[in-house]
Design a protein around this ligand. Structure first.
Ligand SMILES: Nc1ncnc2c1ncn2[C@@H]1O[C@H](COP(=O)(O)OP(=O)(O)OC[C@H]2O[C@@H]([n+]3cccc(C(=O)O)c3)[C@H](O)[C@@H]2O)[C@@H](O)[C@H]1O
Ligand SMILES: Nc1ncnc2c1ncn2[C@@H]1O[C@H](COP(=O)(O)OP(=O)(O)OP(=O)(O)O)[C@@H](O)[C@H]1O
Ligand SMILES: [Mg+2]
Length: 251
């Protein structure tokens, strides 16, 4: 392990690269596979994997469904081209439609999105098994703390190099790592439906959410204003996403 005591951005990058290298080495894996959406979290995760392992040991996978903006695919291609990473595209709309046609389904935009997220997870694990790779998660601390992810979908991975970072820190890293501006400047979106934005769905900006969560962490969970109250509600409601499934051994 590299000795790093400083919390500057350069040292942060060194620490994350160490984590990636050690995890891949410890697993006797050849490298890492990352779902590349065209958004900022996957761009930063992919860039850090490249810096840790070299681009030839990183595989990007874009997995579009009908609600995704085609510009996101272009951004995914541009990102991987600029980093020298192989990008493969696995369209998932057809297989998602098959799930939606199955009996006992209530078709809602959230369910459609969650099916897509779980199909992406399945696809990444299939590719990882075929090529001896580990699956890289892209979750950050902000979305982890409020449960803003699909349980066993995009939240499922072998390594989570960004999980300790607030969303604002992901933006700082993106700039430092040279992620293209088109990716940094677009509104974060899960792509569950056309025009969806995270901030629109959550009813607050990431700046507000980060500030609220940091304040709650410092105060031991005592909300000081309505935004913190709302954020605390998200944290409490999503507890089940941060703990193992209920079982008799832990009750
Ligand atoms: N108390 C509890 N104890 C144990 N399990 C509990 C539970 N409450 C619900 N559950 C289980 O959890 C399920 C609900 O969780 P889940 O299936 O995840 O679904 P849910 O949390 O309803 O929806 C996912 C949310 O995450 C957002 N998201 C997803 C993926 C990516 C991104 C992004 O930013 O890119 C955002 C999405 O926009 C949506 O708001 C329930 O159907 C139930 O099975
Ligand atoms: N169309 C897609 N193709 C490949 N991977 C995807 C796709 N959509 C989502 N993912 C995966 O799911 C992860 C979670 O999505 P999320 O929207 O939170 O992150 P992001 O798109 O990378 O960043 P943001 O939307 O915040 O700019 C992505 O980082 C990516 O790994
Ligand atoms: Mg996104």
């Amino acid at each position: 392990m590299t000795e790093v005591t400083c919390d500057c951005i350069g040292c942060e990058i060194v620490k994350i690269k160490d984590l990636i290298r050690q995890t891949v080495w410890g697993a006797h894996a050849h490298g890492i596979v990352v779902g590349i959406s065209g958004g900022i979290d996957s761009a930063v995760a992919c860039s850090l994997c490249c810096k840790a392992l070299g681009p030839e040991r990183v595989l990007g996978v874009n997995m579009p469904v009908s609600s995704n903006d085609p510009a996101d695919h272009d951004d995914a291609e541009e990102l991987c081209r600029s980093m020298g990473v192989e990008l493969i595209t696995v369209p998932l709309e057809e297989v998602r439609s098959a799930f939606l046609a199955a009996p006992h389904i209530t078709d809602t935009p959230i369910l459609r999105g969650n099916i897509a997220a779980r199909l992406r997870m399945t696809t990444l694990y299939n590719i990882a098994a075929a090529r001896s790779l580990l699956v890289c998660g892209t979750s950050n601390k902000t979305e982890y703390m409020i449960g803003y992810s699909t349980k066993w979908g995009d939240s499922a991975a072998d390594i989570q190099p960004l999980l300790h970072l607030w969303k604002k820190d992901v933006f700082l890293l993106a700039k430092e790592l040279g992620v293209p501006d088109s990716i940094i400047s677009k509104p974060p979106s899960a792509g569950f439906w056309e025009g969806q934005s995270d901030e629109g769905e959550l009813g607050m900006t990431y700046a507000e959410l980060d500030a609220a969560l940091i304040s709650l962490e410092r105060s031991g969970g005592i909300p000081a204003n309505p935004i913190e109250e709302k954020a605390l509600g998200f944290v409490k409601y999503s507890m089940h996403k941060r703990v193992p499934a209920a079982n008799l051994l832990t009750t």
